[in-house]
Design a protein around this ligand. Structure first.
Ligand code: ADP
Ligand code: MG
Length: 250
């Protein structure tokens, strides 16, 4: 059994079937990339998986737990963390304050028996560790909203990591990035793979081909084809529908 399973997921918006019987799995330690043209239903699928919207049919399961009936916060507690793009950071607060809040939110009852000072020290240690993980140790005192775009995305990842996810859901982490930031984010995601499975929705094909263990191609709400990087890269139907761009030949 796979760590993460999406089974027969369906979502209609009026007459439009945005998610049409989608099934996919992510194995432990794997990066599964989801690609597809604009309007294919990638964001809708992410919203269904994270619990932001409810499906008309189908199930989502993580590590043997049926997430389908659970609200978002309960899914996070069950081990599913989502990067919420930049909007989830507190732009007026420092990086450290952002990380402390996230650490506190997910500390649960684990700090219950510590005194005030020890609790604060423990949260600070967690925040430091999260910052180091994403390469933001040098920027702890910076106001988050003034960070460069790439660093804000790194902070966003750190906030998701605070929940100690089994599966990390990344919705276009490279969006709006130049090649240098993109390369750094690719390295970070690669490093995270050692500790968690990742479902990566991404336009940047270079990053996808570099990172993915498995790729699913979504078209008109359906999985057109799923396979290894080589299978997808060479798939004629995929090239015709989606990959017929210069990036692919690179
Ligand atoms: P992608 O992320 O792959 O670009 P989306 O999941 O955003 O695709 O959209 C898939 C389709 O569903 C599109 O045709 C979009 O217009 C439609 N759609 C998305 N969200 C809604 C909504 N809340 N209400 C109605 N239609 C929607
Ligand atoms: Mg989208």
């Amino acid at each position: 059994m796979s760590l993460f399973e999406v089974d027969g997921l369906r979502k209609n918006f009026g007459a439009l079937r945005a998610t049409d019987d989608v099934s996919l799995t992510v194995d432990a330690g794997q990066i599964h990339a989801l690609i597809g043209p604009n309007g294919a239903g990638k964001s809708t699928l992410v919203n269904l998986i994270s619990g932001l919207i409810a499906p008309d049919a189908g199930r989502v399961r993580l590590d043997g737990v049926d997430l389908t009936p659970l609200p978002m916060h309960a899914r996070v507690r069950a081990g599913l963390s989502r990067c919420f793009q930049i909007t989830s950071i507190f732009r007026q607060s420092t990086v450290m304050e952002n990380l402390l809040l996230a650490a506190q939110a997910h500390a649960g009852s684990s700090l219950r028996f510590l005194g005030e000072r020890n609790r604060e020290a423990a949260l600070r240690a967690t925040a430091d560790e999260l910052a180091a993980r994403v390469g933001l140790s040098h920027a702890l005192d910076r106001i988050a909203g003034t960070l460069p775009h790439g660093a804000q995305r790194q902070l966003d990842v750190a906030l998701a990591l605070a929940a100690r996810p089994k599966l990390l859901l990344l919705d276009e982490p490279m969006a709006g990035m130049g090649p240098e930031d993109s390369q750094q984010m690719t390295a970070l995601i690669h490093e995270l793979q050692r500790d968690m499975a990742i479902l990566l929705i991404e336009h940047d094909m270079k990053a996808v081909f570099e990172l993915a263990d498995r790729i699913s191609v979504l078209v008109y709400g359906r999985v057109l084809v799923a396979g290894s990087v080589d299978e997808i890269r060479g798939h004629p139907q995929v090239q015709a529908v989606y990959l017929g761009t210069e990036e692919v030949d690179a």
